[in-house]
Write a protein that binds this ligand. Structure first.
Ligand code: SAM
Length: 294
């Protein structure tokens, strides 16, 4: 995957040289290029902003440098790019968005500052490439850089080869929502189903159809078995992969019901078995699929 980022603060992206993404870049699994928007300014002060038409506070990013920067960043041979413009007024970025972007061969991110980018830049770009205006949440940042860091990290960890253990993606919160590196099983079975060889993690994935699809992941534990008098849930030590998968599914349903009840309403009732409905009922949600379908 090729990623181009256009910004007035190239130094903001130094963290992309670290950790998983830094290693993926060294291996060539992702190729990230950061461009300084001011390289396409045309005055001694390298100006990229001006006062807003219609008055009002703040400054607006000028269209000329943006137009030229996008021309340059998208000019290279190769697959058509998708332009991603972070904006608090954009569509919400989710794990599904990340999975979709991970399948794109080429992404260009345009980091706005001040009151944003002159709207004609996006209008004009739409005539020659796919363009998404995307928000990372209902709050306002000072600029698009932090939002792009978030998106690039969420996307790159879904690019095949970037994560050491691709199966862990399907176990993540919201997992199985289209991860390109982990094939979703066709049968969309149940946690009670006989687990495949490979352990409880795969069992949780395969047995629940698409892992944590639509759910938050439950608690996780590691050694020691007892810490400050607190024991790891015994089922996790049982070696019974089916029971472990069921426990994880129960924990995910309970946590989602408690923390993000709106996600429970969005579940496909057909994806729930009797045990799921029992767990949800205890968490205060209706047992019957038809009651949940709204
Ligand atoms: N006046 C704009 C508005 O109210 O929609 C906010 C501009 S904000 C101060 C400057 C830049 O930060 C935006 O152009 C965008 O690139 C970025 N930004 C701020 N909040 C964001 C969010 N929640 N998601 C994505 N980008 C955001």
């Amino acid at each position: 995957m090729r990623i181009d980022i256009i910004t007035i603060f190239p130094g903001y992206f130094a963290p992309l040289g670290m950790s998983l993404i830094g290693k993926a870049a060294l291996r060539g699994d992702v190729q990230i290029t950061v461009h300084d928007l001011r390289d396409w300014s045309h005055d001694a002060h390298r100006t990229v902003d001006d006062t807003p038409y219609g008055g009002g506070p703040g400054m607006v990013m000028k269209p000329e440098p943006w137009g030229e920067a996008l021309d340059a960043a998208t000019a290279a041979d190769g697959p058509a790019p998708r332009l991603v413009v972070p904006a608090p007024s954009g569509a919400l970025f989710t794990q599904q968005t990340a999975a979709g972007y991970a399948r794109e061969p080429r992404l260009v991110f345009a980091c706005g500052r001040y009151e944003g980018i002159d709207a004609r830049v996006v209008d004009e770009a739409r005539t020659r490439m796919a363009v998404d205006e995307v928000s990372i949440g209902d709050y306002v940042l000072a600029g698009g850089e932090a939002a792009v860091l978030v998106m690039v990290e969420a996307v790159c960890r879904l690019v095949p080869g970037v994560l050491g253990n691709a199966a862990s993606v399907a176990d993540d919160s919201f997992g199985g929502s289209g991860d390109p590196g982990v094939a979703a099983p066709a049968d969309a079975g149940r946690p009670e189903a006989a687990p495949p060889a490979g352990g409880a993690r795969r069992a949780a994935t395969d047995g629940c159809g698409s892992g944590m699809a639509g759910l938050l992941e439950g608690p996780v534990y590691t050694k020691p078995r007892v810490w400050r008098g607190r024991e790891v849930p015994p089922v996790l030590l049982s070696g019974d992969h089916g029971a472990i998968a069921r426990w994880r599914r129960d924990a995910a349903l309970s946590r989602t019901a408690a923390m993000r009840p709106e996600l429970i309403h969005r579940l496909d009732p057909a994806s729930l078995n009797d045990r799921d409905r029992e767990v949800l009922s205890r968490a205060g949600f209706p047992m019957h699929p038809e009651d949940m379908a709204h």
